[in-house]
Write a protein that binds this ligand. Structure first.
Ligand SMILES: [Zn+2]
Length: 69
């Protein structure tokens, strides 16, 4: 399941208990151990991409690895 935090960013949450703490190494919920499904991950990815596309604008300077001086 996907939540959106107050700033509009998507957050992946457990389908079973709704918590948002995941073990990213195991792709499983910390609370109940439910594995994150590929569908959920794909959905989260899409939501994240959409969010970042919306954020990218004149207001946010690009974070490029530009050498100083
Ligand atoms: Zn859970």
């Amino acid at each position: 399941m996907i939540f959106y935090n107050p700033s509009g960013a998507p957050e992946l949450a457990c389908d079973e208990c709704g918590c948002r703490w995941f073990d990213r190494m195991a792709n499983a919920c910390y609370e109940c151990g439910t594995a994150v499904t590929a569908e959920s991950l794909a959905e989260y990815r899409r939501a994240l991409d959409a969010f970042q596309a919306n954020r990218t604008g004149p207001a946010s300077p690009p974070v490029a690895g530009r050498p100083e001086t």
